[in-house]
Write a new protein. Structure first.
Length: 195
């Protein structure tokens, strides 16, 4: 796992713990010789994790849609930055150049990216492990909702298992490294009840 795709907020949140976790995650990525792939932003915990990786001597690759240019949100010190034409192209390119995915706390964009990458995994469009960092209980309600999807029959157990969850970044990364990719072919998730 060389290229770690991180989805996270363009805001820092109200609790300092979110910034602290982003800083620690960035240091960890750089220390392992891994590369951060993210949405190229300079604000919030997006900017914090990028700054942390760069400060520790690591590499950061950003992908940003061209329409965001006038907003001046692009991080100015990235190792490499790809400017694409749309949000869809951004998500596609980030996935293509990554080996694993981690979602830190965030808002609409983070949720959109997380659920799309999980849907792509369910459809067999990639085989990357996907992790959720549940900092400060931030994702407790979402995890409960996902489990509700299973108990109500809208999500299969084996697809629920695609999302690895931990409260510690390094522990989550170990899960991602050791994760065995299972068959999630369309035929399997459409026709089987439970596994």
């Amino acid at each position: 796992m060389k290229n770690i795709l991180v989805y996270c907020g363009s805001s820092a949140g109200y609790d300092a713990v979110y910034s602290e976790v982003a800083t620690a995650a960035g240091k960890s990525i750089a220390a392992k010789g891994q590369r951060l792939i993210y949405g190229a932003g300079s604000g919030g915990i997006m900017g914090i994790i990028a700054d942390s990786v760069l400060a520790a001597g690591g590499e950061v690759i950003g992908v940003i849609p061209s329409f965001m240019g006038p907003w001046e949100v692009q991080h100015p010190n990235l190792t490499e930055c790809h400017v694409v034409e749309s949000m869809h192209a951004r998500k596609q390119l980030m996935a293509e150049i990554s080996d694993a995915v981690v979602a830190l706390p965030g808002g609409w964009g983070t949720m959109d990216e997380l659920f799309e990458i999980l849907t792509w995994r369910q459809l067999g469009l990639h085989k990357m492990p996907v992790g959720l960092l549940n900092v400060n209980g931030f994702y407790d309600p979402l995890i409960a909702m996902i489990d509700k999807m299973v108990t109500e029959g809208f999500l299969k157990d084996f697809n629920r298992e695609m999302l690895l969850i931990d409260t510690d970044f390094d522990s989550l990364m170990k899960q991602l490294e050791n994760h065995e990719v299972k068959d999630t072919s369309v035929d399997k998730w459409i026709k089987s009840d439970k596994m």
